[in-house]
Design a protein around this ligand. Sequence first.
Ligand code: PMP
Length: 439
Amino acid sequence: TGRSTERAATHTAALSPLLKQATPVLAARGEGVHIWDEDGRRYLDFTAGIGVTSTGHCHPRIVAAAQQQVGTLIHGQYTTVMHRPLLDLVERLGEVLPDGLDSLFFVNSGSEAVEASVRLARQATGRQNIVSFHGGFHGRTFGAASLTTSGVKIRAGIGPLMGGQVTAPFPAPYRLSRYGMSPENTEAATDFALGELDFLLQTVTAPDDTAAFIVEPVLGEGGYIPANEAFLTGLRERADRHGILLILDEVQTGVGRTGRFWGHEHFTGGLGGRRLADVLITAKGLASGFPLSAIAAPRELMERAWPGSQGGTYGGNAVACAAALATLDVVRDEKLVENSAERGAELLAGLRRVAAARALPGEVRGLGLMAATEFSHGDGSPDTAAAARAQAAASERGLLLLTCGPAGNVVRMIPPLVVTAEQVEEALGIWADAVAAAG
Ligand code: PMP
C-alpha cells in the first residue's frame, strides 16, 4: 500500500463507519478500464463502480456530452419545465426497449426506480402484495430493501419493513445442490421454484391480492446466478393467468452487461415473440456514472396510476440525460453488446481454467461480463474467508474486484464493456496468482 492509502485511512476516520470499503484504493482518476490512485499506481478496474461505468471511465464522448450540457442547462426540473435531453432520451430509449414498453418515468437510482415500479403496480392493479425472489437485490431504500433478500445485512435491525412482501424461491441449482439436487440440474431447480410459487399463491398471497412479481434476469448481489428460460416463461404464464404484473429489475443486467442489450433477452425463446416484462427497470450502466434510472411500461398501464403521485427534484437530470444519450451512442457505435458477449465468454472460460487448475470446490458461472467464482468448502458450504483472501490478493496485485452472495463467498468480475481481450487475459493472469496466493 502506498502513501495515498495511508492518507485515506486517516481522512476516512471522519467518515461514518456505516460505510464499508471493498478496497483500500484512493482513486485519483480513471480512464477506460483503469483507475489510478493518488500515488500514480494503476489498477485494472473489474468493478466498474458496481457495474456502472460500462463505457469505461471518462469515455471522451461521455465527457464531451456532459461538458456541453453543463454549459447549457444543468437542472431543468421535469415537473416544472421539460428539457430537450430528456425528450431525446425518451425517443432513443424507445429504439432499444422491448416493443410495447413505450412509456417512461425517470428517477435517480436503482432503488428509487424499484420503488416507482411498486407504486405503479399497486396503483394500477389495486392489489398490495409484491413477490420477490430469494437472493434478489432491489435496493436499500425501505420499499426496495423490503424486497431484497440477498443478504440479511440489508434488512437487519431496520424493521418493520414495507408490508405485503412475499419471498419465493429463485432457481439456484448450485445452492440447492447442498440438499441433494444436482448442481447441473437447472430443470429440477426451476420445477421446485415454480412449484413453490404456485404453493405460495395457494397459501400465502392470493392471486387477487398479488400486484406483481419482481425479478432480476441474473441474481446480482445475491451471487451472480442466471435465471433461465423455463423459469421466466413460467413467471409470465402465471402473471397472465392471474393478472399479476411482471417487473424485470435490469438495473445491473441492462445496457449490454450480459452480452445482450437487456439481460432477459437470453431467456425469451419460449415466448413466441410475446413480451416478457410488464415493467422494466434500468439504471447503473445507462448513464456511464451519472445518477439516472427509469422504469418503462406500456402507456395503458402507466395511465392506471395517479398523475402526480410520483416525481422528485432531480429525476431525469439534464446532464445525466445527456450522458445517457452519449452512452447509448457509444454502446451502439463501439458494438459494446457484442464485445460484452465475446469478452464475457473468454472471461468465464478463463475463470473455469483457474478454478480447475487449483481444483477449487465451488462453482464458476455468469452471463456476458457478469462473471463470478463461488468459493465453497468441500461439502458445498460457503467459504467466505477464501473469497475474501482472493479478492484482497487481487487488489494488492492491481486488479480491483468485488464479492457478492448471501455469505460474501462469490468473487465477481464486472469490467467496463470496453474491456479488450488483452485486458481480460491480463486480469486472468492476476486472478490465477491471487487465487494461488490466497491458498
Ligand atoms: N437492483 C439491482 C438489481 C441492483 O443490482 C441494484 C444495485 N446494486 C439496485 C437495484 C439498487 O440500485 P441503487 O444502488 O442505484 O439504488
